[in-house]
Design a protein around this ligand. Structure first.
Ligand SMILES: Cc1cc2nc3c(=O)[nH]c(=O)nc-3n(C[C@H](O)[C@H](O)[C@H](O)COP(=O)(O)OP(=O)(O)OC[C@H]3O[C@@H](n4cnc5c(N)ncnc54)[C@H](O)[C@@H]3O)c2cc1C
Length: 388
């Protein structure tokens, strides 16, 4: 049984069903995918990598790069010739992922909320759930907790998912009409007065419609809404055409160490498998879901639950390692002053934009080291050393 039909859940349900095993995918939402809690941006690479059809029904807009804005207004444009990402329609995307799982043979039940695990003979035998208004017991050999940031089922199964508040971002987002921003790029604003530890984003869904949101450290005394409304006011952007309001929490660290315990597997936001720099977690959920499904299928084939431990090992050796490196960068960048951020964007304007856009942090460090202003500051040199 797979609890949660966001991104990770349906990918696992599809892969396990395809291998010929019986799977039930459940979600508490009456309509899978709705409401969304997402800015909906994702790299175009994931479609090929995870065998997801490039279907116009859930692709709102193709994106060619990003524009970054420093606190004092310096700009850095990273533009590709080709499409680099897309802004999805998650309400359709999530539902289609569940549809692909159902077509592969999985059973899918919306409006079914897992409430607890069933313990029998010292092991977890299934889950208790509320389906419509009825309490049901679902027995299963393997239980997958793909239930998002709240991570109820993993916790109930005794997996330690605790992370301190500092390892989460609070976010607030309007889907609204907005003009004056190049709709072929995503736009990101940085600054300690703009978004403490985070950024404001404009992710275009149309020429004049976008997800306009903010993420800030969740232990900050002010709310994310306060900073987003302040930014909109200061930019003189009218807020009379708001189509949706989304509130959410994003894990930006605190990756769960033990990803499988007995016959329970935790994946995606529930396991904090999110990029700690930008808070994007869809691609990470797809990757973890793919690794987890491989070992679920092997465990079922060989009738050996202990093989699930290989999911923990493989994830930590691959994507876990990458995300830990990014977490280290996040811990350094959160110490940057507005002056640092200004300098950072200015220096990077002369660097290889293509390499930086593809996440080459070495290129960033190279550009910084070349700049005398960076080298003259012992504090900045100390921060750079923390990165190396
Ligand atoms: C405001 C905001 C903006 C974001 N923007 C981006 C972005 O632009 N790009 C990006 O890559 N990532 C973004 N993210 C992160 C991204 O949304 C998540 O990382 C991603 O959805 C994780 O997928 P998942 O499958 O782990 O969990 P989810 O997509 O959260 O799915 C979990 C599912 O479990 C269900 N569920 C929960 N509890 C139960 C239960 N007890 N019983 C049954 N069902 C249950 C929920 O209804 C949900 O459908 C954003 C997040 C937020 C909050």
């Amino acid at each position: 049984v797979v609890v949660g039909s966001g991104i990770a859940g349906p990918i696992i349900a599809k892969n396990v069903a395809k291998a010929g095993y019986s799977v039930l995918l459940i979600d508490k939402k009456p309509a899978i995918g709705s409401p969304k809690q997402c800015a909906e941006g994702i790299s175009v690479k994931v479609f090929k990598e995870y065998g997801i059809p490039y279907d116009r029904r859930f692709i709102n807009r193709e994106i060619y790069g990003a524009k970054l804005y420093s606190p004092s207004g310096y700009e850095l444009e990273l533009r590709y010739k080709e499409v680099s990402g897309v802004i999805l329609e998650r309400k359709v995307f999530d539902k289609m992922l569940a549809y692909y799982a159902a077509k592969a043979g999985a059973d899918v039940l919306a409006r079914t909320e897992a409430q607890d695990v069933i313990r029998k003979d010292g092991r977890i035998a299934g889950i208790r759930a509320k389906h419509e208004d009825e309490l049901v017991e679902i027995y299963a050999d393997i239980i997958v907790a793909a239930d998002g940031v709240e991570s109820t089922i993993a916790r109930k199964a005794g997996i330690n998912t605790y992370a301190p508040p500092h390892e989460f971002d609070s976010s607030y987002e309007y889907e609204m009409l907005i003009e004056g921003f190049d709709p072929d790029l995503i736009h990101l604003w940085f600054g300690n007065e703009v978004a403490p530890r985070g950024y404001v984003w404009v992710f275009p869904k149309d020429e004049d419609r976008a997800n306009v949101g903010i993420g800030i450290a969740s232990d900050h005394p002010q709310t994310a809404k306060y900073y987003l409304d302040k930014w909109l006011r200061e930019k003189g952007i009218p807020t009379r055409k708001i189509l949706e309001v989304n509130v959410g929490v994003v894990p930006v660290g605190g990756f769960v160490r033990e990803l499988a315990k007995g016959n329970v597997v935790v994946v995606g936001d529930a396991a904090r498998q999110v990029n700690p720099m930008h808070g994007g977690g869809m691609a990470e959920a797809m990757e973890a879901g793919t690794i987890a499904s491989k070992w679920i299928v092997k465990a079922l084939e060989e009738d050996n639950i202990s093989l699930l431990q290989n999911y923990t090992r493989e994830w930590w050796e691959t994507d876990g390692k990458r995300l830990e490196r990014i977490l280290k960068v996040r811990r350094v960048t959160e110490k940057l002053t507005d002056e640092d951020l200004d300098l950072f964007i200015r220096v990077l304007r002369g660097a290889d934009a293509e390499k930086i856009a593809s996440g080459n942090y070495f290129e960033v460090i190279k550009a910084l080291i070349k700049n005398p202003k960076v080298m003259m500051s012992p504090r900045r040199i100390k921060l750079l050393k923390e990165l190396l």
